[in-house]
Structure formats: structure tokens, C-alpha cells
Design a protein. Structure first.
Length: 292
């Protein structure tokens, strides 16, 4: 009964508003109400539009970040594909039988030119095999395990190799001593800055003709009997992929080196910029502990 009365009351009020709205005062009231409602709607709609714009901005920013990441990944994939193509081309055109490997770590010790690769004696790698890249000589295998090998690179203090000037055939001893130098070059030779240094093939470790680097500058030894040439290596200190030459290698099975390593407290000054060491994976850390 009460609901019927409320319904009838609303109908009665609606009829009165319709009748009153047709009068002059009613029209003025409707116009004023419309203006008030319009003024109230503006800030509400403005706030809603700001919130919508912020939401859309956040969504667009997320999409921009995703697109940027995808773009950078695509660039890295393209670079990786180019590198792999170059490596495949080098391997196919190499006059030596080689084993391709990936560098998985560098030594955590300062100024130590030791790297580890993901191939070992299970892959046919033995101690004494020569390590190269598409640019030239990198080092020699000095130890390892069934699925990992240690490479002593040109940057290792004390690294030595018999080398020669490709233009004059002048032979000397290449040694890493706070920089890469070619020692014991006869004064009778006519070596010049810019000459290419290659392996001489003497000593029975490194095959002849592997590119090493170029001569930067030349000076005489203290006893004035030989030239000493500073050499800039072709292969950078940090690489991703390497090749191991199978020909003429020692048949000795790889074993972790037993000589203790002494951590250098103060880095030796070098012409090369310092490189932040890569912290090895647990498996690699265990390998280094074996050698200590």
C-alpha cells in the first residue's frame, strides 16, 4: 500500500514539473539548472580525462620499454649472427684443422691473461695446442679438464713466443712484460714501425705465419746490441669465441696446473686499460681452486 502511494506521489510531482516547466519561471529554472550542472560537470570530466591520460601514458611507456628491449635484443642477435658467420667462414677457409670454442670466463686475478673455454679433453683438446681467433694468435692451452680448458694468452705476464717481422724476416723473442715486446732483434735488421709481427715457427709450439700484431715503436736495448720493439696485438684482450689448432699439438692429456698462483696485491701498470674481472661460475671457481 505504501509503495502505491509513493508511486502515485512521484507521478503527481512529475506532472506538476511538466506543467511548471512550460511556464516562464520553469524555463528559467531549467536553464539555470543546466548551467549549474554544466559547471559541475567540467571539473569532473577534466579529472576523468587526466586520469585516462595518465593510464594511457603508463601503458605507452611500458610498450616503449618492451619495444626498446626487443630492438636491442634484435641488434645483439644480428651482431651475434655476423660473428658466427665470420667464425664459420674462418673455420671453413683455415688451412689448419681447428676446434671452435666459447670463452666462459677470464681469470679473477688482476693483470693475469688467463681465460677458460668450454671445451676440454673430451673434445680432443690437449696441452700445448695453440689458441687463435680470426684476427691472429691468442695463446696456448696450458691445462684443463674433460669439458674445460685453460688458455694462457698474450696478456699473461711472462708469455713468450718466437716471432718475426713479416717484411724483413728478422727474428726475435716475443714476451709479455708489462706490455707486449719483441726482444733480441738484431741491429742489422731494418724493422720499422707499422711492420706486422708473425710467429716464426721456431720452438716447436706455434706454427709459422700466425699474425700477432704490429710494431708501435722501436728502441735499442741497454747493452746496445739489439732492438726492442713494442707490439700492439691484433687480438683484443677480451674475446667471445676462439679456435684451437689441432695440428702438431702435444698428446699430453690436460690436467689442471699444479703450480700455485700468487694473487697480485697491486696491479702492474700496463699500457692497456684495466679490465674488470669476470666472476667465474661455481664450476669454474672450483677449477681455479684446484690450481691454487
Amino acid at each position: 500500500m505504501s509503495s502505491n502511494r509513493l508511486f502515485l506521489t512521484l507521478i503527481f510531482i512529475s506532472i506538476l514539473l511538466i506543467i511548471w516547466g512550460s511556464t516562464t519561471s520553469g524555463e528559467r529554472f531549467q536553464l539555470a539548472s543546466a548551467r549549474i550542472i554544466s559547471l559541475l560537470q567540467r571539473p569532473i570530466f577534466y579529472s576523468i580525462s587526466i586520469l585516462d591520460a595518465r593510464r594511457e601514458n603508463i601503458t605507452l611507456r611500458k610498450k616503449l620499454v618492451e619495444v626498446t628491449i626487443e630492438k636491442e635484443l634484435l641488434k645483439s642477435y644480428k651482431v651475434e649472427i655476423v660473428k658466427l658467420k665470420e667464425l664459420l667462414s674462418f673455420k671453413n677457409n683455415s688451412s689448419n684443422d681447428v676446434i671452435a670454442a666459447e670463452v666462459i670466463s677470464i681469470s679473477p686475478y688482476p693483470n693475469e691473461g688467463i681465460i677458460l673455454i668450454n671445451k676440454g679433453y673430451n673434445d680432443g683438446i690437449t696441452k700445448g695446442m695453440v689458441c687463435i681467433t680470426a684476427k691472429g694468435l691468442l695463446g696456448v692451452v696450458t691445462g684443463g679438464d674433460k669439458d674445460i680448458s685453460e688458455i694462457e694468452t698474450l696478456n699473461e705476464q711472462g708469455f713468450t713466443a718466437s716471432a718475426m717481422d713479416s717484411r724483413t724476416s728478422a727474428v726475435g723473442i716475443l714476451r709479455q712484460k708489462n706490455g707486449l715486446y719483441l726482444y733480441n732483434v738484431p741491429l742489422s735488421s731494418s724493422i720499422n714501425s707499422g711492420d706486422t709481427i708473425i710467429t716464426s715457427g721456431l720452438g716447436g709450439i706455434f706454427p709459422k705465419g700466425l699474425p700477432i700484431g704490429t710494431i708501435k715503436d722501436i728502441k735499442k736495448s741497454q747493452d746496445m746490441l739489439f732492438y726492442i720493439a713494442s707490439v700492439s696485438a691484433f687480438v683484443p684482450s677480451v674475446v667471445e669465441y676462439v679456435f684451437i689448432i689441432e695440428d702438431g699439438a702435444s698428446e699430453e692429456v690436460l690436467r689442471p696446473p699444479t703450480a700455485p698462483r700468487v694473487k697480485i696485491e697491486k696491479p702492474i701498470k700496463s699500457e692497456r686499460p684495466a679490465i674488470e674481472p669476470i666472476i667465474p661460475e661455481p664450476k669454474i671457481r672450483d677449477y681455479f681452486r684446484k690450481s691454487e
